[in-house]
Design a binder for this molecule. Structure first.
Ligand code: GLC
Ligand code: CA
Length: 555
């Protein structure tokens, strides 16, 4: 595996609407990000991924872009972005943006022109088909519910494809002119000083053509896109062209949002000359998922969590670098998902932080994760903004659940859980904004906030700082970044333990339960590098781990 500039870094995701509001209109913005750069620097963050901040009608919160060359006025201006890039550079930090090119917005001028003249140049930027009453080109279900086909505005005899929301028409990657436009835009940003991209929903760019039906898997008579994606071949041709034309010549960092890749494709994706620098490991997020919908998703236990992580590590081993997360803007808060209900505590949050952060790969922290932000408790579906939660609520109702039950089902997985404003302090609106926040602040902000943790040695925030500092410590860095990961006592119930072996040998131990657990050490330890308790009890070569105790030992 070749060494790259980004491998020893720590990354942080910003969801700009909810990060920090500088002008009190209730929506976070780029000047607000600049205000907090020192906070991030002080935490030890190097790479900052900013979710879309381009012009957009916000049908899918910015993942529906109407102009790839500008900034949404609510977030600021291009000058603000340039200032952010310069301020980041001053601090040796790297800004990466979100590349959303499977689709654009229906308010993008390309789509408007396609509607004016579906047979002209821009008609071929999209997938537009003739429309006959009662017949669809294929039975695929959009990710947000309903058919992927929608009548083309102004042309009742035509329809266009959207695998996400109907305001997100899919771009036709088979058309070389579309690809050229995408590369031009990527290079424009890279030349401006952006260090790379997180690449959105990218697997969807390759469609299995001609359109055809797949097995119906719900009462709506439609079929999950998953079947089509498994069938489609050749995405690699697009992705390698994109790499060669954009990321590679700029030595840029790219991290793919990739689902459903096959084992033998991993080297193509993230090997030495992979399509991307890295890709997210979503194995713990998709665990227990069901084609029926969120209501049918099985919860994940600590043993399942461990298995998923180790399995991903084995699959990738020396092929490349995964990007490790416990949450993002599409998922509920990691502490509420991976820590069994009733066990949420400062100790358990630190344990989760330890066991994921020490995995091999590039750690990403999602805004608010570092202070242990939790899911929101929703009282009514009207409080929810997210399109996908609203769809899943209806899926649950259709499956026979009551309104109350349906709300409970979707609350657990709602994307809005992670989209509530960052809790900076205990003042009004958690210090996020003096205006009315676009999404409610979690009422627990009076207890969980940055100000109450920042200079407190026992806080979760301080603990994350220590984890980051350890990853960067010249003595341990080589081992933590490049060392092998070898599971220890892999089958032991509710114990997540592994070695990191390189120049040094480290042992990470996490007691994923409230009950104490005795673990035999494979050798005497030289040093405790991190411990979420004040002490470590050792008797006869065994450690007695307390309620959710996690330690990192140097052997
Ligand atoms: C990705 C984004 C998600 C968005 C979707 C469509 O999954 O992370 O937020 O809804 O793509 O762009
Ligand atoms: Ca604002």
């Amino acid at each position: 595996m070749n060494r790259k500039w980004w491998q020893d870094k720590v990354a942080y995701q910003i969801y700009p609407k909810s990060f920090n509001d500088s002008n009190n209109d209730g929506i976070g913005d780029i000047p607000g990000i600049i205000e907090k750069l020192d906070y991030l620097k002080n935490l030890g963050v190097d790479i900052v991924w900013i979710s879309p901040c381009y012009p957009s009608p916000f049908a899918d919160q910015g993942y529906d872009i109407s102009d790839y060359y500008n900034i949404h006025p609510v977030f600021g201006t291009l000058e603000d972005m340039d200032r952010l890039l310069a301020e980041a550079k001053k601090r040796n930090m790297y800004i990466i943006l979100d590349l959303v090119v499977n689709h654009c917005s229906d308010e993008h001028e390309w789509f408007k022109k396609a509607c004016q003249d579906p047979d002209g140049k821009y008609g071929n930027f999209f997938y537009i088909e003739d429309r006959k009453e009662g017949e669809l080109p294929c039975n695929w279900r959009s990710y947000f519910g309903g058919s992927v086909w929608e009548p083309l505005p102004g042309h009742p005899d035509k329809q266009y494809l959207h695998v996400f929301h109907k305001k997100q028409p899919d771009l036709n990657w088979e058309n070389p002119e579309v690809r050229e436009e995408v590369y031009k835009n990527i290079n424009w940003w890279l030349d401006r000083g952006v260090s790379g991209f997180r690449i959105d929903a990218i697997i969807n760019i390759k469609k299995k053509l001609p359109f055809k039906d797949y097995p119906v898997d719900r009462s709506d008579g439609l079929s999950s896109i998953r079947y089509m994606l498994e069938d489609a071949e050749g995405v690699g041709e697009f992705l390698s062209e994109m790499r060669d034309r954009t990321f590679a010549p700029h030595n840029a960092f790219s991290v793919g949002e990739v689902f459903n890749e096959k084992d033998d494709e991993l080297p193509d994706f993230i090997g030495d000359n992979g399509y991307f620098s890295s890709m997210f490991d979503f194995s713990t997020e998709v665990f227990g998922g069901s084609d029926k919908g969120w209501y049918d998703q099985a919860p994940i236990t600590p043993d399942d969590y461990k298995k998923c992580c180790f399995n991903s590590q084995k699959r990738v081993s020396n092929v490349g670098f995964l990007s490790n997360i416990i949450e993002n803007h599409d998922e509920p808060r990691g502490v509420c998902r991976y820590i069994p209900e009733g066990d949420l505590s400062l100790h358990s949050k630190k344990l989760l932080a330890t066991v994921y952060f020490m995995l091999k790969g590039l750690p990403f922290i999602y805004q608010g994760q570092e202070i242990g932000m939790e899911n929101l408790s929703f009282q009514s579906i009207d409080q929810i903004d997210d399109v996908s939660t609203i769809d899943q609520y209806h899926v649950a109702l259709d499956a026979g659940f009551s309104e109350k039950e349906a709300l409970a089902c979707v609350s657990r997985y709602s994307r809005d859980n992670a989209r509530t404003p960052v809790q900076w302090d205990s003042s009004v609106n958690a210090g996020f904004s003096e205006g009315t926040p676009w999404l409610p602040v979690n009422p627990n902000y009076t207890e969980i906030n940055v100000a109450s943790q920042i200079n407190v040695p026992e806080s979760l925030l301080s603990y994350y700082k220590k984890l980051i500092a350890l990853r960067k410590d010249p003595v341990y860095k080589e081992t933590i970044v490049y060392g092998e990961l070898i599971p220890y006592l892999e089958d032991r119930h509710n114990l997540m333990a592994y070695y990191r072996k390189g120049e040094k040998t480290l042992l990470v131990l996490g007691n994923f339960q409230k009950e104490t657990q005795t673990v035999k050490l494979p050798a005497t330890y030289k040093k405790i590098l991190l411990n979420n308790y004040a002490e470590l009890r050792v008797i006869d070569g065994s450690v007695i781990l307390d309620d959710y105790q996690a330690v990192i030992l140097e052997l």
